[in-house]
Write a protein that binds this ligand. Structure first.
Ligand SMILES: Cc1cc2nc3c(=O)[nH]c(=O)nc-3n(C[C@H](O)[C@H](O)[C@H](O)COP(=O)(O)OP(=O)(O)OC[C@H]3O[C@@H](n4cnc5c(N)ncnc54)[C@H](O)[C@@H]3O)c2cc1C
Length: 486
C-alpha cells in the first residue's frame, strides 16, 4: 500500500514566477495552491495513492490548456491531467515530489454540438459521461459507453484510458466510439483532428495514438463520439449457472441465437454477490439455491418488443433445456432492470467498503478462461489460505475483474503490503501463460507501469518508449505512468 503523508518543500524564485505566469493566464481562483483546497484532487478513488502538487489548475478553454502546457515547458514542470479522478490505477494523481501541477479538466465540461444528421456528439474533455448519455437520450439517441463510474468520469478520461464497461460487446470500447479528437500536445500546440468522418485514411491515425495514452502524450480537450439509435426495447435477465464453462456456453448460445442483439453479458460469482449483500442490503441475491454464478444478460433491439421477446424467450428456453442454466429471472419493468444493473455495478463499491482489494483487470481468450480460473484459484488459495477471490466482470469480452480480498479478520494494509506483489506475480504469470492481457480496460497508470515491459515484450515496449520520447522529449506529460523513461 503506497498511502502516505507527503510533505511540501518551500518554493524557490523560479517556482514563484511559474505560478505567477499561470495566475496571469487563468486568474487567481483557478490556480489552487492551498493544500486543503487541493486535497480532493490529490488522492485517487481507491485511496491508494496520495500526491502533492505545486498547483491544481482549472483551465476553461483549449487555449488556456495550451498556454498552461507552454508555461510548464518553459519552467520544465511536469503535468498530470485529471478528469473525474476515478482511475483504478493511480493514473490521475501527482507523485509526491510536490514539483508537478495537476491540470483538472472539470471546467471544460460542455457538450458543444449534437449533430442529428451525422449522428455524432462533440464534447469537451471534461464532460461527464452521464451528462452525454442523458443528452443523447433526450434527442432519441444512444451514447453507448457505460461504466460504473459514469456519474463522475469524464469523456477525456474515458478516451485517455480507452474505457470499456458494459456495452463493449455490442458497441466496442471508447476507442471504437470516437471519431475525432482535439489534443494539446506536450509542446502546447493544438492538434485539431476534430473530424466526424466514418472513413478517413489520411496517414497515421493520431487519434489512436492519444486514445489509451493515459495523459502521457497530450491532453484531450475535445472529442467527437458516434451516436446510435436508441433501442426500442431491452430485455434483461439474471440467470444462475453452476460453472464458468456453462457461462461460456451460455455466451455462445446468446451470440448464436441472439441475432446480434446481445448488448450485455456480465458475470458475478457467489463471493461477489455475498459481498454486495453484506454492504448493500437492498441488493439481496434474488436467485434461489445460492448458485455458484449469476450472469446478467441483456438484449437490445431496434425493431419491436415482440421480436426481441421472442428471441429472448428462445434463448432462455434453450439454455434451460440444455441444462446450461439452472434458473432465470426476467426483469418485468424498468425499475427491475435498473436494480439488476445496479447490483452488478455495486460490486466495485462493496469491495471498496470491505476495505479495499488487490485488483487484476485482465482479459483472456474465452477458450482459456476455465483453465485459467481453476488453476489460478487453486494456486492462490494454496499459498494464501483464506484468501477471498472476488471474481466478476464483463465475461462477454473475456474481461475478468479478478480481485483478491484478504482472509476475513486480516489487516488489509498489512496484507497488501506483504503479499500484493507476490499475488499479482502469480496472476500475471498465469495471464501470460494463457496469452491474456494484464490490463483489459483500466489502463496501466502508476500501478502497473513497473510490470508493463515484462508483459508487453521488449520490442513493443521499446516502440512505445520511442513514441513517448519523440512526442514528449522532456518527459513532462504524466511522467512515470504507462512507460518509464530513463
Ligand atoms: C466504480 C467504478 C467503476 C468503474 N468501472 C469501469 C468499467 O466498467 N470500465 C472501465 O474501463 N473503467 C472503469 N472504471 C475506471 C475509470 O472510471 C475509467 O478508467 C475512466 O475512464 C476514467 O475517467 P476519469 O475521467 O475519471 O479519468 P481520471 O481518473 O481523471 O484519469 C484517468 C487517466 O486519464 C488521464 N486523463 C484524464 N483526463 C484526460 C484528458 N482530458 N486528456 C488526457 N489525459 C487525461 C489521467 O492523467 C489518467 O492517467 C471504474 C471506476 C470506478 C470508480
Amino acid at each position: 500500500m503506497k498511502k502516505n503523508n507527503p510533505t511540501k518543500h518551500p518554493m524557490n524564485e523560479s517556482t514563484q514566477e511559474f505560478l505567477k505566469e499561470l495566475t496571469l493566464i487563468l486568474g487567481q481562483r483557478y490556480v489552487i495552491t492551498d493544500e486543503i483546497d487541493q486535497a480532493s484532487y490529490l488522492t485517487d478513488w481507491r485511496k491508494k495513492y496520495t500526491g502533492l502538487a505545486l498547483a491544481v489548475v482549472l483551465p476553461k478553454s483549449t487555449q488556456q490548456v495550451s498556454d498552461i502546457v507552454k508555461i510548464c515547458q518553459k519552467y520544465q514542470i511536469s503535468m498530470v491531467p485529471q478528469g473525474g479522478n476515478t482511475s483504478m490505477v493511480g493514473g490521475a494523481v501527482p507523485n509526491q515530489s510536490g514539483q508537478q501541477i495537476l491540470i483538472s479538466l472539470k471546467l471544460m465540461n460542455r457538450i458543444i454540438e449534437l449533430d442529428q444528421a451525422n449522428q455524432t456528439m462533440t464534447v469537451e474533455g471534461g464532460c461527464i459521461l452521464q451528462v452525454a448519455q442523458e443528452m443523447a437520450q433526450s434527442k432519441g439517441f444512444l451514447f453507448p459507453l457505460s461504466l460504473g463510474s459514469e456519474g463522475s468520469c469524464t469523456l477525456g478520461g474515458n478516451l485517455a484510458t480507452n474505457a470499456g464497461g458494459t456495452n463493449v460487446l455490442r458497441y466496442g470500447n471508447a476507442r471504437e466510439q470516437c471519431l475525432g479528437l482535439e489534443v494539446v500536445n506536450a509542446q502546447g500546440q493544438v492538434i485539431n483532428s476534430l473530424r466526424s468522418l466514418r472513413k478517413d485514411n489520411t496517414g497515421y491515425d493520431l487519434r489512436h495514438l492519444f486514445i489509451g495514452s493515459e495523459g502521457t502524450l497530450g491532453i484531450i480537450t475535445q472529442a467527437i463520439f458516434k451516436l446510435f439509435p436508441l433501442p426500442k426495447t431491452q430485455w434483461t435477465a439474471l440467470v444462475s449457472l453452476d460453472s464458468i464453462p456453462k457461462a461460456i456456453e451460455l455466451l455462445r448460445i446468446c451470440q448464436q441465437m441472439g441475432s446480434g442483439l446481445l448488448s450485455g453479458f456480465e458475470m458475478m460469482t457467489r463471493e461477489s454477490l455475498s459481498l454486495i449483500e453484506l454492504h448493500f442490503k437492498q441488493f439481496k441475491n434474488p436467485m434461489a439455491g445460492d448458485p455458484n454464478l449469476i450472469v446478467l444478460i441483456e438484449l437490445s433491439d431496434q425493431e419491436s418488443e415482440a421480436h426481441a421477446r421472442q428471441i429472448f424467450e428462445n434463448i432462455l428456453e434453450h439454455a434451460l433445456e440444455s441444462n446450461t442454466i439452472t434458473d432465470a429471472i426476467v426483469a418485468e419493468n424498468l425499475t427491475q432492470v435498473n436494480h439488476f444493473w445496479q447490483m452488478r455495478d455495486h460490486i466495485t463499491l462493496a469491495q471498496a467498503m470491505e476495505g479495499g482489494n488487490i485488483k487484476h483487470d485482465i482479459t483472456l481468450p474465452l477458450s482459456s478462461m476455465t483453465h485459467f480460473i481453476t488453476q489460478t484459484d487453486a494456486m492462490l488459495k494454496k499459498e494464501f489460505p483464506g484468501l477471498r477471490v472476488i471474481n466478476f466482470g464483463h465475461l462477454g469480452d473475456g474481461n475478468l475483474h479478478y480481485n483478491m480480498s484478504p482472509p476475513i479478520g486480516a489487516d488489509f494494509s498489512e496484507f497488501v503490503n506483504n503479499y500484493e506483489s507476490r499475488i499479482s506475480e502469480i496472476v500475471y504469470a498465469q495471464v501470460d501463460k494463457y496469452k491474456g492481457s494484464i490490463s483489459a480496460e483500466h489502463g496501466i497508470g502508476q500501478s502497473k507501469a513497473g510490470v508493463l515491459k515484462a508483459h508487453r515484450g521488449e520490442q513493443a515496449y521499446e516502440t512505445m518508449l520511442s513514441i513517448k520520447k519523440a512526442l514528449d522529449p522532456h518527459n513532462l506529460m504524466n511522467p512515470d505512468r504507462v512507460v518509464l523513461v530513463g
